[in-house]
Design a protein. Structure first.
Length: 667
């Protein structure tokens, strides 16, 4: 026997109350009149008689009543061996696999017909519940007895583009089994795709109180060809042409010849023929794709189509745009920083940026709003009108990179960044006296591909008060080297050294090329974001902790994918359908994201029969005794009801005993 809530047994301390009433309560003698005490001997009074227990039967009944109440609240139980599913009605959980692979050869329609037949055959009075399975379990109805509602829920099931997960089915079955007051019989209608299995067997085994019934819509692996992947650039700049590479795969399929077509904006622009080996892959390349300016919808198709035509095409997005313009402001007598910065930018960006340089004397007539980002390279002084324009530019959403060197250290504060310049720290070149980077925030886009700046020597840095800024890099002596600060809708990045090879040897290292290229992409909003995603992935709408402008997303059907509240606050969007998603950001930037079904769904290999048998009977087989004896399972049998009945009987007996002992008799 055990207790489900053993802490209630502490209530037995209340048994001290009857003991106090019967033994320890103060005895009060009733005074009586007497004529004279002169012939009585004086002695000390004795209270032994008053300390003896009285009314033992009544005391025992009261103690038993309190003990029984404590035991009843502790919920005692005993375990009994019963046959699985025995006793009472069952809950039939009808789960239809509506994942992408169920589109093959009418598998979903067969699953729905079989589920309707099972729902119609449920015993009278039993309950049923309908759910679908893809990457998650979606319940379409509560546990009900109404057969018409079950039928309507089953007929509403339609195929999705998601990948199925039997691990999610096991987790949902555990939740239903815990909340249901009856044994659960899980009916799974699926093609039993092997790729849907989790890595560990324990992750998809159902609980012991749930019985699994499998309804397979496919008995063997079916051949299927698919466009497995497409590799294409996200953006093209100027007159460059794109190289598109595609991989065509045959899953459980014989050798075949397929025609591969490349289409842009619905128009086929090039065609290739490819030989696919048996159960293998073949690569196809389109070396010179030319697309118009703007956002373009690309697609690679294969023909003839097979029984799963939806994976015979692969979407990709491609944008042609003019290079982003970056303004570089420097002192006329210091051109070395411009030389190194321009060389690094051209080496890293594949013509994504054009650098326009002006001196501080020429900056007065330049408007920063025409540029994607602005760079100040060790600027000592600049026209007040230009500095004010820079402040407005940043607050409106622009980006600024400031390199602070010996010339800029004469200012009291960093321009626009507005934090104090404390001192210039210098180490002599003689004797390898220099500082190295001791910390880099690998999560920041500017330094995540910079190989930790190993071997870079900093001979002079400018110590800047960080204030509320984020410190992205520090020297080994904890001096801030790279800082970022949000100002309004924009950002300012400060590098506490120069872009030449005088204050450091950073420009002589490959890490400088990566730093300049990644920083330019980050500041101009051209971060390396994916343009192709699998179904069920999360599309990033905002980065960091800032709200940023509103975002509008149009799904493949042309409808809004976000509510007004989500458009203002959501950071990610889970893409649930294949096709193109248009992302319109309030700042005026537009993006096109292509979404394709997970190609693991294209491999239609089924789970081996041995694994299916193990999955279906694992809970029962683990408890089956040797010799083929009937399979049973241990279930708790609650006893609190019987304890309460016994407590009621004791309460009645206590009342009768108390009436007997406490009855007032006539004198």
């Amino acid at each position: 026997m055990g207790f489900l809530a053993p802490w209630f047994l502490a209530g037995m301390v209340a048994a001290g109350l009857p003991l106090w009433l019967h033994l320890l309560r103060r005895h009060r003698a009733e005074p009586r009149r007497f004529s004279s005490l002169m012939f009585f001997e004086r002695r000390a009074p004795k209270s032994i008689r008053h300390r003896r227990l009285r009314y033992l039967l009544l005391l025992s009944l009261r103690l038993a009543l309190l003990a029984l109440l404590a035991v009843a609240f502790a919920n005692p139980y005993v375990t009994r061996a019963v046959a699985p599913g025995a006793g009472g009605r069952k809950l039939a959980l009808l789960v239809i696999d509506d994942s992408f692979s169920m589109r093959h050869g009418g598998a979903l329609e067969r699953a729905k017909r079989e589920a309707l037949a099972v729902a119609a055959s449920l015993p009278a009075g039993s309950q049923g519940q309908v759910a679908t399975l893809d990457s998650q379990v979606h319940f379409l109805s509560p546990a009900i007895e109404d057969r018409q509602q079950l039928r309507a829920a089953l007929e509403s099931v339609s195929a999705t583009d998601s990948r199925s997960s039997y691990g999610e089915l096991a987790r949902a079955a555990r939740s239903v089994a815990q909340s249901a007051r009856a044994p659960v019989e899980v009916h799974l209608f699926s093609d039993m795709q092997k790729s849907s299995l989790p890595a560990a067997l324990a992750d998809f085994v159902l609980p012991g109180q749930a019985q699994l019934v499998l309804h397979a819509t496919a008995e063997a692996r079916r051949p299927n060809w698919a466009v497995e992947s497409v590799n294409a650039p996200r953006r093209l700049f100027g007159s460059r042409k794109a190289r598109v590479q595609a991989t065509i795969a045959g899953f459980g399929a014989p050798a075949a010849r397929r025609t591969v077509s490349l289409a842009v904006n619905g128009r086929v622009v090039e065609t290739r023929t490819v030989e696919i080996p048996e159960n293998g892959r073949a690569a196809v390349e389109f070396p010179s794709l030319d697309v118009p300016y703007g956002l373009n919808r690309g697609e690679v198709r294969i023909s003839p189509a097979d029984a799963l035509p939806e994976d015979d095409r692969f979407f990709f997005a491609l944008e042609r745009a003019d290079p982003s313009r970056i303004l570089f402001v420097h002192e006329a007598r210091q051109p070395r920083g411009l030389l190194y910065f321009r060389a690094a930018l051209e080496a890293s960006s594949e013509a994504a940026f054009t650098l326009e340089a002006v001196t501080t004397d020429q900056a007065g007539g330049v408007s920063p709003s025409k540029y994607a980002a602005v760079v100040l390279s060790d600027v000592a002084a600049m026209p007040a009108s230009f500095e004010n324009a820079l402040r407005s530019f940043v607050r409106a959403g622009g980006s600024l990179l400031v390199a602070v060197g010996p010339a800029a250290s004469t200012r009291p504060r960093v321009p626009v960044f507005d934090e104090a310049i404390l001192e210039a720290r210098y180490a002599a070149r003689a004797g390898e006296r220099f500082q190295s980077a001791g910390f880099l925030d690998a999560a920041h886009p500017s330094v995540r591909r910079a190989n930790r700046w190993e071997g870079v020597k900093f001979y002079q840095v400018i110590r800047i008060e960080p204030g509320s800024a984020r410190v992205v890099a520090r020297l080994a002596d904890e001096t801030p080297l790279l800082l970022e600060k949000r100002i309004g809708e924009g950002r300012v990045l400060v590098f506490a050294s120069t872009f030449d090879n005088l204050s450091n040897d950073f420009p002589l290292h490959a890490a400088f090329v990566a730093f300049v290229g990644e920083t330019a992409r980050y500041l101009s909003g051209e971060e390396d974001r994916p343009s192709n995603l699998p179904v069920d992935a999360h599309l990033e709408l905002r980065s960091g902790k800032d709200q940023g402008p509103a975002v509008e997303v149009l799904g493949p059907e042309g409808r809004r994918a976000l509510s007004l509240e989500e458009a203002a606050t959501a950071r990610t969007l889970q893409v649930a359908r294949a096709g193109f998603y248009e992302v319109h950001i309030g700042s005026g930037r537009d993006e096109l994201v292509a979404v394709n079904p997970d190609r693991r769904e294209s491999d239609l290999e089924v789970i081996p029969k041995e694994t299916l048998a193990l999955w279906q009977h694992r809970g029962l087989a683990a408890r089956a005794p040797a010799g083929g004896a009937p399979v049973t399972e241990a279930r708790p049998w609650p006893l609190w009801w019987y304890v309460m009945l016994l407590a009621l009987a004791v309460a009645v007996a206590e009342s009768l005993a108390a009436s007997r002992y406490m009855k007032v008799t006539d004198a």
